[in-house]
Design a protein around this ligand. Structure first.
Ligand code: GLC
Ligand code: CA
Length: 555
């Protein structure tokens, strides 16, 4: 396999609105990010992905872009973006923006022109169909609820497609003129010094056409988008063109947000010269989900999680590099999702960190994860910002759940969990802003915050630093980057264990997800502990005894 510059990198996702507020207006911004570059460098991360910072009406927190070639004044200016790129590069760090091109905002000039002249040039940038409320072109349900069709303002006989929110009209990728605009826009950013993109909802750019109904799956008479995604063939033609026209000429690093990929597509997606450099592994994320609503979701146990990860590691082995995560801005906090309640302790959090960080693929940290930030408790639906949670609340109530039960589901699955401000210190507003934060700070900031953790050698934060240093240690780096992945003692319940091997060097990760101690047999020749979340294990007589929720990395 040809070695690429990004293979050995550690990545970090920034949700700019909630990272660090530089000017006291309660909203995180570029100045705030720039002020924390040294912090990120010291943590040991290399590649930074910024969730959208383009001008936006923020119907979906910036994932509704009204101008692709500018910065929203809430976040700063293009000049500050240039400064961020310069400052990051000076520290040998790389910056990715979010490429949100399945849809734009209804306030984007293209859509405004389409409203003026639906049959003109810009009307063809979207999916606009003749229809009426009783006869929509198809019965698909939008991701954020309701039908995917919305009347085109000023044209009672015309409807436009939006698979997400109605303020996010879908762009028509079948139109070569639209595709050219996008490639030119990507090139413009790359020439400005950007290092690449995270590709939002990229699998949605291909629709199963012509539009048609699928069997309804809820009382609303609509059907999940998954039906059409399953039948949409040919996304590869768009993705290959996007790579060749927009990414390859600049050596861009790209990571795809891809759900629903088919096994046979993997080599095209992330193989040598794939459409993307990498794509996220969402196997743990989607476990237990159904199309019927959050009230039908089931929890994930450590054994389920292990099964998910082992299966994906096997699926991609020899093909390419996945991007490994335990959370992102669309998900609950990983420690709240993957750890049993009793293990949501610093020790348990370190165990989870160790488990996923050393898998084959690129390790990603989502802001605040390195502190062990947790889900948010809610008292009322008025505290909720996330449109997806608001939609789920409605569905739950319609389904007969009480308000409290509906809130419990949001506490568990809602997107605000990951979007509360970064907890820098125990000062007011967790040191995130001197103003009023746009979203509540998690009240647990008094205990969970960077200032406290930085001073505590046994903190979750310092453990993440150990992990980044371990992955970069020249003595073992190739094993973690290029080594194979093989499950170890997979049949042992609640033991999540694997071996990474490269040119005869083997490193074992042994994680005990049980509330009782266990003794694990060690292969011959294992003599050294590289990492231990409790700093107490000893290797003797060819075995190691692990306490409840203890894990070790051994060589
Ligand atoms: C992706 C984003 C999510 C957004 C959606 C629509 O899934 O991660 O935050 O709501 O796309 O752009
Ligand atoms: Ca600000």
């Amino acid at each position: 396999m040809e070695r690429k510059w990004w293979h050995d990198k550690i990545c970090y996702q920034i949700y700019p609105k909630s990272f660090c507020d530089g000017n006291g207006d309660g909203i995180g911004d570029l100045a705030g990010i720039i002020s924390k570059l040294d912090y990120l460098k010291d943590l040991g991360v290399d590649i930074l992905w910024l969730s959208p910072i383009y001008p936006s009406p923020f119907a979906d927190q910036g994932y509704d872009i009204s101008d692709y070639q500018n910065i929203d004044p809430k976040f700063g200016t293009l000049e500050e973006m240039d400064t961020l790129l310069k400052e990051a590069h000076a520290r040998e760090m790389y910056v990715l923006m979010d490429l949100v091109v399945n849809h734009c905002s209804d306030e984007h000039q293209w859509f405004q022109e389409a409203i003026k002249d639906p049959y003109g040039k810009y009307g063809k940038y979207f999916y606009i169909e003749k229809a009426d409320a009783e006869h929509l072109p198809c019965n698909w349900r939008a991701y954020f609820g309701g039908p995917v069709w919305e009347p085109l303002p000023g044209h009672p006989d015309l409807y436009y497609l939006h698979v997400f929110h109605k303020k996010q009209p879908d762009l028509n990728w079948e139109n070569p003129e639209l595709r050219r605009e996008i490639y030119d826009m990507v090139s413009w950013w790359m020439k400005r010094g950007l290092d690449g993109f995270r590709l939002d909802a990229i699998i949605n750019i291909k629709k199963a056409l012509p539009f048609k109904d699928y069997p309804a799956d809820r009382p609303d008479g609509l059907c999940s988008i998954h039906n059409e995604l399953h039948e949409a063939h040919g996304v590869g033609d768009f993705l290959g063109e996007l790579r060749d026209e927009a990414f390859a000429p600049y050596g861009a690093f790209t990571v795809g947000e891809v759900f629903n990929e088919k096994d046979e597509e993997l080599p095209d997606f992330i193989g040598e010269n794939g459409y993307f450099c990498s794509m996220f592994d969402f196997s743990g994320t989607v476990f237990g989900q159904t199309q019927l609503g959050w009230h039908t979701f089931t929890d994930i146990t450590p054994e389920d999680y292990k099964d998910c990860i082992f299966a994906t590691q096997k699926r991609v082995s020899g093909i390419g590099f996945l991007s490994n995560i335990i959370e992102n801005h669309d998900e609950p906090r990983g420690v709240s999702r993957y750890l049993p309640a009793e293990a949501r302790t610093p020790a348990g959090k370190k165990l989870l960190a160790m488990t996923y960080f050393l898998l084959r693929g690129l390790p990603w940290i989502y802001q605040g994860q390195e502190l062990g930030m947790e889900n948010l408790k809610l008292n009322s639906i008025d505290e909720v910002d996330d449109i997806s949670s608001l939609d789920s609340f409605k569905t739950s109530i319609e389904h007969g759940l009480s308000e409290r039960e509906a809130l419990d589901l949001i506490e568990k699955h809602g997107r605000d969990n990951a979007r509360t401000p970064f907890q820098w210190s125990s000062a007011k507003n967790a040191g995130f802003t001197t103003g009023t934060p746009w979203l509540h700070v998690n009240p647990n900031y008094k205990e969970i915050n960077l200032e406290a953790e930085a001073n505590d050698p046994s903190s979750v934060f310092n453990f993440y630093k150990k992990l980044t240093r371990l992955r970069k240690d020249p003595a073992v780096k190739d094993v973690f980057v290029y080594g194979t992945f093989t499950p170890y003692l997979p049949e042992e319940k609640d033991l999540f264990a694997y071996v990474r091997e490269y040119e005869g060097k083997k490193i074992y990760v042994l994680a005990n997800y049980s509330s009782t101690p266990r003794t694990v047999k060690l292969p011959e020749g294992v003599t050294e502990i590289l990492l231990d979340n409790l700093d107490s294990a000893v290797l003797e007589n060819g075995s190691v005894t692990l306490q409840a929720y203890q894990g070790v990395v051994v060589k």
